[in-house]
Design a protein around this ligand. Structure first.
Ligand code: GBH
Length: 447
């Protein structure tokens, strides 16, 4: 049985998502300043195929056609991100109105096509000038971010349905300053935790700066959440799962939704914990209107490291396909956080090595992935979770960060030689779900 819109609550919004650096290209046009990803991509060994986002999907020039594609899928909404260095090439002060013009055209283009614009203000492309001054390790960056948010909201205002301040602060702090896989590529836990705190503070400051300029119910943040399961019910495995959950999920959820850092993890971090000034947590935890959840996989934790359950299937990223984790996560958020705002699934998707065959791209694993995860969202909704929308990651294949162009997450295939877009079977399947029209794409039965 394939799912239909009727399996979801009334008014549930279906969309697709992208981010600026991953699709736009036009890295030096119309006054855009350099970002930390422009710099990082030029450092040898950082990006698998030594590529960068200079051209990417050339969306900066092809956006009308891309919006037509989204409309053609029958989507209600489009989640995109705004590139800070297009708006403020130096990260602060001087505003580049050509940058604002681009996003204004884009948003108006969505409205003309009946698509709800959902903006994300920071999907990792920090202006390089701010990195030169310390990046997110510097507390000042939080206030610069709020200034930038105020500028964007001042121009786009209530034409945008929702504004998310940050995409996945775990990635822009831990993955970027501690693990070193993302820009700026540092390896220092103390710096990473300072960055995380300043990102959260920047979120709070931005929310305060934007209220009054944007629609009611239009402000929130997006977290990447990954439920952590113990490999067995042995005490040490349970403790390992609790630690993983704490560093990955609670470190961000608790300040935002309870105005406190989780005590167990605060202790585990010892001297690396950030300096928290009086008032910071109240600022961070001020009420917002929604929480965006990006879900890709779970972790399974044992005392001596992560476990890869046998019998599971894995995407090309090596991430386990585990749809029930999404139901569990949503139900748990509702149970653990009394002040939880309405939820949106702001990203969910999978990479597989797609190849065109004739004029089609057959991606049965991705079809199956989307179907199973949408069923998981519907189950959570039936269990009383207030979840209001789902955005597939991603509209089209794009620059997959440290993996360059070697991983394809799109519903739409991109030929990077010609910039041709080809609907994969998953796009045809999604279109059938969204429009209620039949599709010729077979869906494998559940195991
Ligand atoms: C998102 O981040 C980004 O927002 C988006 O830009 C990106 O293109 C997309 O995902 C695809 O990568 O190894 O099983 O423990 C993803 C954040 C954090 C998700 C780490 C997977 C590890 C899973 N990722 N997580 S596992």
């Amino acid at each position: 049985m394939t799912i239909t819109r009727n399996d979801f609550p009334d008014g549930f919004v279906f969309g697709v998502a992208t981010s600026s650096y991953q699709i736009e290209g036009a890295a030096r046009e119309d006054g855009r300043g350099p970002s930390i990803w422009d710099t990082f991509c030029r450092e040898p060994g950082r990006i698998r195929d030594a590529s960068n986002g200079d051209v990417a999907c050339d969306h900066y020039h092809r956006w009308p056609g891309d919006l037509d594609l989204i409309r053609g899928l029958g989507a209600d909404a489009y989640r995109f991100s705004v590139a800070w260095p297009r708006i403020q090439p130096d990260g602060k002060g001087r505003v580049n109105s050509a940058g604002l013009d681009f996003y204004e055209r884009l948003v108006d283009g969505m409205l003309e096509r009946g698509l709800e614009p959902h903006a994300t203000l920071y999907h990792w492309d920090l202006p390089q000038a701010l990195q030169d001054a310390g990046g997110w390790v510097s507390r000042d960056t939080a206030f610069h971010f709020a200034e930038y948010a105020h500028v964007v909201a001042g121009r786009l205002g209530d034409r945008v349905v929702s504004y998310a301040t940050l995409n996945e602060p775990w990635c822009s702090s831990i993955l970027s300053y501690q693990i070193g896989e993302h820009a700026p590529g540092l390896r220092d836990r103390r710096l990473a935790l300072a960055a995380a705190h300043h990102l959260l503070l920047g979120h709070g400051e931005a929310v305060a700066a934007m209220r009054g300029l944007v629609r009611e119910a239009g402000l929130g943040i997006v977290l990447n959440l990954q439920p952590a399961y113990p490999a067995s019910d042995r005490g040490e495995d349970v403790a390992a799962a609790r630690l993983a959950d704490g560093t990955f999920n609670r470190w961000f959820l608790d300040p935002l939704l309870r105005a406190e850092y989780p005590e167990d993890i605060w202790e585990a971090y010892g001297a690396d914990v950030p300096e928290v000034q009086p008032g910071d947590l109240a600022r961070i935890a001020q009420p917002t209107d929604f929480l965006g959840v990006n879900y890709y996989s779970r972790s399974v934790n044992g005392a001596s490291g992560n476990v890869r359950p046998a019998g599971s299937s894995y995407t090309q990223m090596g991430w386990e396909v585990y749809p029930q984790g999404l139901t569990d996560l949503l139900v748990r958020l509702k149970g653990d956080y009394p002040d939880l705002p309405p939820l949106f699934i702001t990203e969910n998707g999978a990479a597989y090595p797609d190849e065109p065959s004739g004029d089609r791209v057959h991606d049965p694993e991705r079809v199956r992935y989307f179907q199973a995860h949408l069923e998981a969202v519907a189950r959570a909704a039936r269990q009383g979770v207030d979840v209001r929308g789902y955005f597939a990651w991603s509209l089209m294949d794009n620059f997959e960060w440290a993996y360059g162009y070697t991983r394809r997450f799109g519903l739409v295939y991109v030929d990077y030689e010609t910039q041709a877009r080809v609907l994969k079977d998953s796009a045809r399947w999604y279109r059938a779900l969204l429009t209620g029209q039949p599709s010729d794409v077979p869906v494998a039965a559940d195991d």
